[in-house]
Design a binder for this molecule. Structure first.
Ligand SMILES: Cc1cc2nc3c(=O)[nH]c(=O)nc-3n(C[C@H](O)[C@H](O)[C@H](O)COP(=O)(O)O)c2cc1C
Length: 348
């Protein structure tokens, strides 16, 4: 039985990754920002929920199909974008894209991928989405939109929670860079993983495949992800820019990384088709609430606002970012302390 077949849950997979990967890459994959409280809370929050079963219904045929961003998918979840997949496995993004297609769900390709988006279009027969950033280099963002249209991507998702790189202390300790930086400390870990080395010799192209044609992008330099993000992401980004991108794309469009009711309303206002409630897996802004705790209130607001969007001709106008968030009638409320939530029943 292959090692993978002996993995029965996420903890087993995590243990296997720890064994297989040099430590800088394992910790990049596994870590969160700062004290990793959001990371821990993201998973712990699920323990606060119970699902109330209803028995004596015919379950001989179970249909989990749902529609996401205009495409029917076979199960109510999909593959989120993950940068630099080649660090974790030599088959990289195409392997995940093929698996997603096999199981009938979306594959999302990150801007920071190690595979060109045109290649994903060739190998992925299922629904596919491109995760985009609005970078300082707007021409590059515009170019991505055109390439995605040409490569027939189904949807675009704009990640908005990464304008400033999360303070990932594990990456700082391990010297996690792209390409790998070989310090004495990391060398010991690389030496202990000959399997990874063997693959490195055969598949050594770790470049950010969709960005390397631009001079501004880290090409040969050993730049850390944090350094790259801080130099390229546009900190002036606001809702008018999102409206601009929605317009440029003109197709199914999700905003990834929102959490508040207020922002959900704004997403509706700029014409987004969907939002992904997320805190980037606790990898960005420490102390942001667990996404699962935000779902019920945001969903309620989204359904309500979307119902009126089609009637409101102003909905597609650029958002007036001068209006103060505090003046918004639905300013967000913080989640109740964890102890008060214990044993809640999920009502999503
Ligand atoms: C190794 C790794 C790389 C990631 N790279 C990206 C990325 O390039 N773009 C992005 O939007 N999210 C990225 N994410 C975040 C995930 O897409 C996702 O938001 C996170 O795993 C948490 O899941 P959730 O959003 O469903 O809560 C990455 C996550 C991990 C673990």
């Amino acid at each position: 039985m292959s090692t993978l077949k002996r993995c029965h849950n996420i903890s087993d997979l995590r243990r296997l990754a720890r064994r297989r990967l040099p430590s800088p890459f394992f910790h990049y994959l596994d870590g969160g920002s700062d004290d990793e409280r959001s990371l821990a809370r993201n998973t712990a929050a699920f323990d606060d929920y119970e699902l109330m079963p209803n028995y004596l219904v015919d379950i001989s045929k179970i249909d989990l199909k749902t529609t996401v961003l205009g495409r029917t998918i076979e199960m109510p979840f999909f593959c989120s974008p993950t940068g630099m997949s080649r660090l974790f496995h030599h088959e990289a993004e195409p392997a995940v894209a093929r698996a997603a297609a096999k199981f009938g769900t979306y594959y999302s390709l990150s801007t920071l991928a190690t595979t060109r988006l045109e290649r994903i279009s060739e190998v992925c027969t299922g629904p596919k989405m491109f995760q985009i950033y609005i970078l300082k280099d707007r021409e590059l963002t515009r170019e991505f939109v055109q390439r995605c249209k040409d490569a027939r991507f189904d949807a675009l998702c704009l990640t908005v929670d990464s304008v400033i790189a999360g303070n990932r202390e594990r990456d700082k300790r391990t010297g996690m860079t792209m390409k790998p930086r070989f310090t004495l400390r990391s060398l010991a870990s690389f030496a202990a993983h000959p399997g990874w080395w063997l693959q490195l010799i055969r598949h050594h192209d770790f470049r950010l495949a969709n960005l390397t044609h631009r001079d501004t992008v880290m090409s040969d330099a050993h730049t850390s992800v944090i350094e790259y993000v801080n130099s390229q992401y546009d900190r002036t980004l606001n809702w008018n820019d999102v409206a601009w991108l929605v317009e440029q794309w003109g197709g199914p469009f999700a905003i990834k990384g929102l959490q508040s009711v207020q922002d959900a309303q704004r997403a509706v206002d700029v014409g987004a088709s969907a939002i992904m409630i997320s805190n980037h897996g606790g990898r960005q802004l420490e102390t942001s609430p667990a996404p699962v705790d935000c779902v019920a209130t945001v969903r309620h607001r989204w359904s309500w606002a979307s119902r009126y969007r089609s009637r409101d001709r102003r909905a597609r106008r650029p958002y007036d970012c001068r209006s103060s968030p505090a003046s918004h009638p639905d300013s967000d409320r913080r989640r109740a302390p964890a102890s008060r939530n214990r044993g809640r029943r999920a009502r999503f």
